[in-house]
Ligand binder design. Structure first.
Ligand SMILES: [Zn+2]
Length: 338
């Protein structure tokens, strides 16, 4: 099969899957003359076992993912999902990394309340945080799905299929059947939503973990869902991010919200998560800058900084990513000093 043909096949499959997912009238399909071959069949991976939500504050809960990365065993579940129950309905912050994970999240919400999900927020465009959108559109076709305008841009550039494929590969196809379901509402930052018994405030601080990170503040509870801007205890993938941006962004987030609880995109929540992660980023960055000033060669900076970071050694993912973190800090520090 040549490339053009292969692409056409993939495209057609996506269109078909999309239409089925959106429960669009089947009439439209006849226009496409679909021929189902074996590889056109949408096979669905198994359901994800229930994980009980943990209460964070009066309105807020979170389903904590215990693993740091996707595996066949965890079926691609490695990021947290927030649930906010308000007078005007349920709000979800991040929907998980597959349709199956989204469905599991919906099952837990239905055990907590009879209210429908009225708003979904996607913290950023990494697929472990939003591929579960598919399940929400199936359950509530009119649900509003919000994301920063830069996530909408990334979706147009194909980040969705990249993550569908990545999750399928990492889980031996446990996530099969997940259809890219983009957000349908655009955020720029500083939006405020009145949910009756609390306000929801959107915060955007430019490029931090990515250029599309939003944080959601639940004002009545002083709880902030921070997405991957905060990663205390579990580090991964700064490749789309910025050190200087993250450090400035976290400082502003703290000033703007004075939150009593920060819910991270992975691992933990707690009152100190912003301080802990800020200290970690500053330690890396300030050490890199200091060694650069001393004229230490680029190759020697890495081991010297790692030696200064001993207290963080037990953080999940530390050994795998610390080198890339330092390299990024080095590049940014160098660019700033000229
Ligand atoms: Zn991420």
């Amino acid at each position: 099969m040549d490339n053009a043909h292969a692409n056409l096949g993939t495209k057609r499959r996506e269109i078909l899957k999309g239409m089925l997912a959106m429960s669009t009238s089947l009439m439209g399909l006849s226009v496409l003359h679909p021929v189902y071959s074996a590889d056109d069949m949408v096979v669905k991976g198994p359901r994800v076992p229930d994980v009980k939500p943990t209460q964070v504050s009066a309105h807020c809960s979170v389903i904590i993912a215990k693993d740091p990365e996707p595996t066949p065993e965890n079926q691609g579940m490695f990021s947290n999902m927030g649930i906010i129950i308000t007078q005007k309905g349920v709000v979800v912050f991040d929907t998980g990394g597959s349709v199956q994970i989204g469905e599991m999240l919906i099952r837990q919400i239905k055990k907590m309340t009879d209210k429908p999900v009225v708003k979904v927020f996607n913290s950023h465009f990494h697929g472990d945080h939003w591929l579960g959108n598919h399940a929400f559109v199936q359950e509530w076709p009119n649900v509003e799905i919000y994301a920063h305008e830069n996530m909408h841009k990334a979706m147009k550039e194909g980040v969705g299929q990249f993550w569908v494929d990545l999750q399928a590969r990492a889980t031996n196809n446990a996530t099969a059947g997940t259809v890219v379901t983009p957000p349908n509402q655009v955020l720029k930052g500083d939006e405020v939503f009145d949910m009756g018994d609390t306000l929801l405030r959107v915060h955007y601080y430019g490029k931090c973990h990515t250029d599309a990170d939003i944080c959601l503040e639940v004002t009545a509870d002083k709880t902030v869902y921070a997405g991957d801007i905060l990663m205390a205890g579990r580090v991964d993938n700064m490749d789309d991010g910025s050190f200087i941006g993250s450090i400035e962004g976290i400082k502003k987030l703290k000033d703007d919200t004075q939150a009593a609880n920060y819910v991270q995109g992975h691992f933990k929540f707690g009152p100190k998560q912003a301080d802990i992660y800020l200290a970690f980023l500053e330690a890396i960055y300030n050490n890199v800058v200091a060694f650069q000033k001393e004229g230490v060669s680029p190759t020697d900076v890495k081991p010297k900084v790692i030696a200064k970071m001993k207290q963080y050694r037990d953080w999940k993912g530390f050994d795998a990513v610390i080198g890339r973190y330092i390299a990024l800090a080095y590049t940014e520090a160098e660019a700033t000093s000229f």
